[in-house]
Every structure is written in structure tokens, then in C-alpha cells.
Design a protein around this ligand. Structure first.
Ligand SMILES: [Zn+2]
Ligand SMILES: [Zn+2]
Length: 266
């Protein structure tokens, strides 16, 4: 079923490509798949990317969060209109990264597209979301020094095998191209341990607490990229690992930030 979906989408992409060559191509919304007239080419801003990939109705549902979140970790406040203020967790312990970028709260259409990309293997969603994240990063680094390398959040070997692709690598590609900064997928790796925890001595248990391993990152300013930030705990671990391997700094960019106030039941 999953494979069939992937194949039909690939066939659809090929057909669209062929039609485009002959001038018969119509643009379809990535979300609802209805044809739409895109706005005149807009610059590479998040809003410009939305107008390239989504119809006007779906665009309205892709809401960027501009206020009402923690500036350190993106944790959304109850009120969207509230000014940005540090959350309780960050007041106690500031995160190890410098800047935290995200597009919107994990919910609604944004969540649906992330799920389609992650579990449906939709490359169309990965492309649209990757360009959205890229535009967000371009906007941010227009006014501050760019990172030296982009680091995708690693997946477990078995999860990668199940899905067949790492969605994180798909979304970092446009970010890398837009910033002109190389991707270093080899830098951060997930350490998998099969040893039952009770059999380990204290020292080994300490090591197990850090699920990531990192190659030499001395002198590098890094941009860590993931699709969704749930609590920030895993990103903290990954950022700490990069810093302990010598990275000068870590920034974080994600598409969506989970909110305690968002209900996913519907
Ligand atoms: Zn649409
Ligand atoms: Zn916070």
C-alpha cells in the first residue's frame, strides 16, 4: 500500500515533468492537490515559498508563529498574541544552542504534511517543507553570520531502514543549497545500544544517557536541523554532543514546534 502510494506519486511527478516540458503543465497545490494559479514569482521568503507550493486556501492554514513563544526553545504560550517570553524550563536551564528557528506550531495542515512526508514517504511534501525551512534560514542568516556546516538530526539505523529515507536529509538539501553551506551527515550519529541496562556498570550507563556520538567538530559553527521539536530534550542532547566535540556554536532550525496546548485528536 505504502509502496503503491510512493510509486504512483513518482509516476505523477514524471508526468508533471513531461507536461511541463511541453508547456501543458498546471501547478497543483501540494496539500489539496487542486490546480491553482501561483502568484507572480515572489522572492525566496517563507511567504514566497508558500505561494509557490500551496493554493490560497491551504496557504491560510499554514500559519507562521510570530509571537507567543519562548525565544530560547520555541515553546508556544497559550495566547498566540502574547509577547515572546522565556518558558519555565529555559528560565531554569538555558538551552545549549544560540538561535532557535521554527516556522509554526505542530498542528493542523503543517502536522499533516510532516506526517505525509515522514510516514507516507511523500517527496512532494519533503520538497515544499524543505524550501519553506530554507527560506526561514535565509531570512535569519541575512542579518547574522552563517553557519559553517548543516547537521541533520540522525535517525536510528532500523527506523531509516523501515522508512527507506531520512526525511531530515530531504529537508536539509534545499537549506544547504539556499545558504551555500555544506551538509555534514557524518558529524552526528545515533548510538544504538542493545545491552540490557541492568547489565551495565555505572560508567556505561552514563554513556548510554547520551544517545549521540559526534566526530571531530572543532571550530565549526553548526546548524542542527530536524523536522519537529517535541520537547527539545533530544535536540538538547544533540547540541551538547556537538559542543563537547568542539563545535563553536549550535543553532537549531525545525519546521514545527509541538505545543502543550495543541490538541491532535481531531
Ligand atoms: Zn490547496
Ligand atoms: Zn523555552
Amino acid at each position: 500500500m505504502k509502496m503503491f502510494g510512493g510509486m504512483s506519486e513518482a509516476a505523477g511527478n514524471c508526468a508533471a515533468e513531461a507536461l511541463r516540458l511541453f508547456g501543458f503543465w498546471e501547478r497543483r497545490c501540494v496539500a489539496c492537490r487542486e490546480p491553482f494559479e501561483p502568484d507572480a514569482e515572489r522572492e525566496n521568503t517563507p511567504e514566497g515559498v508558500l505561494s509557490r507550493f500551496f493554493c490560497s486556501e491551504c496557504r491560510k492554514k499554514m500559519k507562521r508563529r510570530r509571537t507567543g513563544f519562548c525565544p530560547y526553545c520555541g515553546e508556544p504560550s497559550v495566547w498566540e498574541e502574547a509577547p515572546c517570553a522565556p518558558c519555565g524550563q529555559c528560565l531554569v536551564r538555558t538551552p545549549p544552542w544560540n538561535d532557535f528557528l521554527f516556522f509554526g506550531v505542530y498542528g493542523g495542515l503543517l502536522r499533516e504534511l510532516v506526517l505525509r512526508m515522514k510516514f507516507g514517504g511523500s517527496l512532494a511534501c519533503a520538497e515544499a517543507l524543505g524550501h519553506l525551512l530554507a527560506a526561514l534560514c535565509v531570512e535569519h542568516y541575512a542579518v547574522t553570520a552563517k553557519p559553517d556546516v548543516i547537521v541533520p538530526m540522525p535517525l536510528d539505523g532500523c527506523r531509516l531502514h523501515e522508512r527507506g529515507f531520512n526525511q531530515c536529509r530531504e529537508i536539509v538539501r534545499p537549506v544547504s543549497a539556499a545558504l551555500g553551506v555544506p551538509v555534514r551527515s557524518d558529524l552526528l550519529t545515533k548510538i544504538r545500544s542493545v545491552t540490557p541496562q541492568e547489565l551495565l556498570n555505572r560508567e556505561e550507563r552514563q554513556k548510554l544517557k547520551q544517545p549521540f556520538g559526534c566526530a571531530d567538530a572543532r571550530g565549526l559553527r553548526t546548524l542542527l536541523v530536524d523536522d519537529v521539536c517535541t520537547t527539545g530534550a533530544t535536540l538538547r542532547r544533540a547540541a551538547e554532543c556537538l559542543l563537547s566535540a568542539g563545535a563553536v556554536s549550535v543553532d537549531v532550525a525545525v519546521l514545527a514546534r509541538s505545543s502543550r496546548f495543541e490538541n491532535h485528536e481531531s
